[in-house]
Ligand binder design. Structure first.
Ligand code: 5GP
Ligand code: ZN
Length: 115
């Protein structure tokens, strides 16, 4: 748990959120400013500031995060017709919260490339 990290506090329940999934390793919740009808964020409880700071010790954690996200996408009913995973990194990548999180977006046709 990092001091003054919004997503550490949300994962710990110190700041309220709309929970989608929770286990000992991950917490998922609905984005407060959704960009699509389904917009969830899954975060590891472990504080990692950005995806490029993940190390070899995080390899399995990141793999499990995608498998958990798959289960959320299934539960949200967005696998068909399709959905998107996004991880933003640093300023030009659009990262605003420096605790890694995987966006799960679906429920409408998404444009490409991103803006
Ligand atoms: P980023 O831009 O870092 O990839 O994504 C951060 C996301 O967190 C944004 O989509 C933003 O709407 C969401 N967000 C920021 N603050 C909060 C909050 O307090 N609660 C929730 N549920 N989502 C938040
Ligand atoms: Zn954190």
């Amino acid at each position: 748990m990092a001091d003054d990290c919004l997503f550490c506090k949300i994962a710990a329940g110190e700041i309220p959120s709309d929970e989608v999934y929770s286990d000992e390793e991950f917490y998922a919740f609905r984005d407060i400013n959704p960009g699509a009808p389904t917009h969830c964020l899954i975060v590891p409880r472990k504080h990692i500031a950005r995806i490029t700071e993940a190390g070899p010790e995080d390899e399995a954690l990141l793999g499990r995060m995608f498998l958990r996200a798959n289960a959320i996408a299934e539960a949200e009913g967005i696998v068909e017709p399709g959905f998107r995973y996004v991880i933003n990194c640093n300023e030009d990548g659009g990262q605003t919260v420096y605790h890694i999180h995987l966006h799960i977006l679906g429920g409408r046709a998404l444009s490409w490339p991103p803006g």
